[in-house]
Design a protein around this ligand. Structure first.
Ligand code: KG4
Ligand code: ZN
Length: 323
């Protein structure tokens, strides 16, 4: 195998069918995403059966498109990498079966990649990787803090006890009639609201996370306001979004920075769909600078589910196996 392996990455854990080609962990040649999101819109969340069927329809064209955009023929690939877990079982099955078939047909090694690890290492697609680092993953299904000392060597410092951060954004958005996914509309409306209009707080101490209490607090506040004033007007919805976002961001930033300081680790990496949030990114930057930490946040195109992070981590795994 060449020193910098060329890897085809496939990701199908939720509603996005994704393929990417990487020629090394920091060289993404192409990445393609086909989302079935609009097919789920009427249901207010992802319907697993619809997602699996959409993956079946999209997987061949998406992989073809990634290879075509990367100008890479199958014979120039060194390995295939695929997300195996966690995710929707039917969706994962489409990606893993297809990747296994390609690996067998093209006689290429197959690397199975953990979705959460891929989110974590996405922070280092454009920035050189240095160990050790403290990693924060904030996605729709997971909120977790890790101490990472080498590839595959990490300790969980904290994890969510109930709803993940993204899940809380999605549930609060649903309460406010803002649609799915909830992160983008909440972030947009929060820009016009007052972050201290309502006092919401994440109550979980230590390094674990809990966002279910804050979600319920928003629900009670919405009910109280509706009872008093009827349908909520735009300014009130903006205030609710800003106050909710403030509480979640305060908690994420404080716990990530505290973990790095407590473990005397200078590098802090952040990835996952919620890391797309501009307010979180700004607050992380400010807090890291104040604490003297080196912060790396996944570049925005690699925050939400994508196969570039899978191909990139696949390159790291392939390199390690061959060194
Ligand atoms: O990582 P991801 O694409 O999928 C999972 O692995 O879960 O994350 C999706 C989550 C959703 O809950 C979505 O609401 C949230 O990321 N999200 C955001 C933003 N964009 C997406 N949360 C806050 N602000 C955003 N701008
Ligand atoms: Zn994800």
């Amino acid at each position: 195998m060449r020193r910098r392996p060329v890897v085809l990455g496939i990701e199908s854990s939720c509603d996005e069918t994704c393929a990417a080609v990487a020629a090394g962990p920091q060289e993404i040649k192409a990445h393609v995403v086909a989302s079935s999101l609009t097919q789920h819109a009427a249901f207010g969340g992802i319907i697993p059966e619809i997602a699996s069927r959409a993956h079946l329809e999209s997987i061949v064209p998406v992989v073809d498109e990634a290879l075509c955009r990367a100008r890479t023929a199958a014979r120039r690939l060194d390995a295939v990498a695929v997300t195996q877990n966690p995710g929707l079982i039917g969706s994962l099955l489409v990606g893993t079966s297809f990747a296994r078939a390609l690996s067998a047909a093209w006689e290429l090694p197959l690397f199975v990649v953990d979705h959460i690890q891929a989110h974590l290492y996405a922070a280092f697609i454009e920035t050189p990787l240095r160990y050790p680092f403290v990693g924060l993953v904030v996605s729709g299904g997971h909120t977790a803090l890790y101490k990472v000392s080498a590839l595959g060597r990490q300790a969980v410092l904290g994890a969510t006890r109930d709803d993940a951060a993204g899940e809380a954004f999605d549930k609060v958005a649903k309460m406010l009639g803002l649609g799915y996914p909830g992160g983008p509309p909440i972030e947009r409306l929060a820009e016009h609201g007052r972050p201290h209009a309502y006092s919401f707080r994440c109550t979980c101490d230590g390094s674990d996370f809990s966002f279910s209490g804050i979600k319920t607090a928003v629900l009670y506040k919405v009910r109280e306001l509706e009872k008093r004033y009827g349908k909520l007007d735009h300014a009130v919805v903006c205030d609710l979004c800003a106050s909710f976002q403030e509480a979640v961001v305060n908690d994420l930033v404080a716990k990530a920075v505290r973990a790095a300081c407590r473990h005397k680790i200078k590098d802090l990496a952040v990835g996952g769909g919620v890391a797309f949030n501009g307010y979180l990114r700004r607050r992380l930057r400010e807090a890291a600078a104040a604490a003297g930490l080196v912060l790396t946040i996944a570049p925005r195109p690699y925050c939400l589910d994508n196969a570039a992070m899978v191909a990139s981590l696949g390159c790291r795994l392939a390199h390690e196996k061959n060194s």
